[in-house]
Design a binder for this molecule. Sequence first.
Ligand code: G4P
Length: 515
Amino acid sequence: MSNSVQSLEKEISRRRTFAIISHPDAGKTTLTERILHAGGAIQMAGSVRAKREQRRTRSDWMNIEKDRGISVVTSVMTFEYGGCIFNLLDTPGHEDFSEDTYRTLTAVDAAVMVIDAAKGIEARTRKLFEICRLRDIPIVTFINKMDREAQDPFDLLHEVASALALETTPLTWPVGRAAKFLGTYDLRKDSMRLKEEVVDNDERILQMQEEVELAKVGLPEFNLDDFNAGFLTPVFFGSAIKELGVADLLDALAEFGPSPRNQPSQERQVAANEASMTALVFKIQANMDPNHRDRIAFARICSGRLERGMKLKHTRTGKTFALHTPQFFFARDRQLAEEAFAGDVVGIPNHGTLRIGDTLTEGEDLQFTGVPYFAPEILRRVNLKDAMKAKKLKQALTELAEEGVVQLFKPQDGSAPIVGVVGVLQLDVLQTRLKHEYGVDITFDNISFSQARWVQGDKLTIERFINSNRSAIADDIDGDPVFLSTSDFMMQRAVDANKELSFHDIKQIGIGVTS
Ligand code: G4P
């Protein structure tokens, strides 16, 4: 093996790219802070909390979005720990922006699922978990808030296993409970990390030893292949706020937390250690810096090594461009990325050529698959105040839809465009950005449609269906037909009456629709 191949493999195998998923209040922000602290990126820790505080109320949120600098800070947090380079991808805290979270999950190799030890699995944990499962993303579980009244560890493990249909293997065990929580015992290393010294016959140690015996007999052993395949989750207990159990988690991620995975594409599986660079755009953010009107595409490098100045092929359009200014985002600064490796995330400034789901290569025709769009839960018609601005509105809506702010549907009957969102705050963002960035004033009209499904079938059958339902058909941003309906009941009626067609609530780039 040549030196360069060896060093490429070495760099890639030490990348750990992950996200933290949780139900609000389970402790994601606190754990993020403590992870950054343990990873030596202390100066950032305060800003994570500041952001959360500001996001709490709606008006503050709008301010923060105007001040793009702050969301940049935490888009990707990079630090070194245990000989590995960790890239922690931030996901929006607010449920209304869950689409952004789902897309970010397509750019990670693992997710840490934070569970509140008193509450167990909650609604949003389950939803986010399902998205991970869609892509077989390995999950590491962190049971948080062990310093408070908590459920019994065996009950918690059982709940994770049964609620998520996942094998659960504890790799640490809590020593003491609630106010007397002392730290953790490592089941594999037979060692303890405690916040204070205790005598051997301390009742908490004795209780732990008894429980660990039971756990070793009754619970499945850790199996790396099952973890990598997404069948098994290793479980860690801790208290983020007291920074207990956090080092156990990071040590495990460094030890076995997956290095960059193969990425599925329409053409083939792309292995991370291939020499040729490939990347997938999973997020677009516009006007991050009010001083430069720009648009940054966040791309995850899927294979090889990226080098500043290299020529890249944008496979959707077939165009080639030179990568002059790829950037890393550290703390409050951007920094030119001279080189980066599979697993890393770089920001690519552009003027609207790149959109979510795009693939970049050194020349090969590839389309990475799997970036999801979810059928929106709220549909509104866009009402333009000044008819002279129709053309501008059209361009603005297309650009903002490409960024993933909203989904855009063009009704086939020629009526005004419809936007679809998962959370109402997305509508506020759309309205504000149209006004501030494009000078277009709009309002939203309620419409009778409340459901949207992508329709699939053979060409003739689809054409027939479209012709007889034209007022309920719209084209999405790629021109794929979407059937709109006024209620669950009406949707089901259409499904039952058109057995030769299929109706889907998820569309995955490069794969098409699924449900
Ligand atoms: P989130 O990002 O998942 O929404 O959760 P976040 O970290 O903001 O934590 C939610 C609340 O739970 C916070 O309290 C936080 O301090 C607390 N918390 C997080 N981890 C632990 C833990 O290990 N033990 C205990 N006892 N509490 C924990 P808050 O009162 O809502 O906010 P704050 O006043 O602390 O800022």
